[in-house]
Design a binder for this molecule. Structure first.
Ligand SMILES: [Fe+2]
Length: 132
């Protein structure tokens, strides 16, 4: 099966820890996609989803640590974005659990959620990493 999300080298910030975590998130999302498409039981799907969200939350914390270390000027804004992302993902999870949205809606949501986070917000850190 083709990957649901293909990792592109243009997603790299140049910080190995953060890049590894982003790649891991993509891997987890691809795994979730694979399990959903192969008709895996809901209980397992839910476990993978929770793991992915937990991993993302830890990743946001690590990212905030890095931003502090490099004196990233947009840290408060980025922190708020992380908060918003967490609220947003739990809100979508709730809608999924209440069957207001399908598993495929969930996958689409997570893909946009993750890739927009990396491309819109995190790539701004890259600019700053390169100048310090
Ligand atoms: Fe990130």
């Amino acid at each position: 099966m083709e990957d649901f999300v293909v990792w592109l080298s243009s997603y790299c910030l140049g910080n190995s820890k953060i890049d590894r975590q982003h790649q891991e998130l993509v891997k987890m999302l691809n795994f979730l996609h694979y399990k959903i498409c192969s008709g895996c039981p809901n209980k397992i799907i839910d476990e993978i989803l929770i793991k992915l969200i937990n991993y993302a939350e830890n990743h946001f914390r690590d990212e905030e640590e890095l931003m502090k270390i490099i004196n990233y000027p947009n840290l408060p804004r980025h922190q708020k974005e992380h908060e918003r992302l967490v609220i947003e993902v739990f809100e979508f999870k709730r809608r999924y659990e209440q069957k207001q949205v399908s598993k495929y809606d969930l996958l689409d949501f997570l893909r946009n959620w993750l890739i927009n986070h990396i491309l819109d917000q995190d790539l701004d850190i890259k600019r700053w990493l390169n100048t310090t």
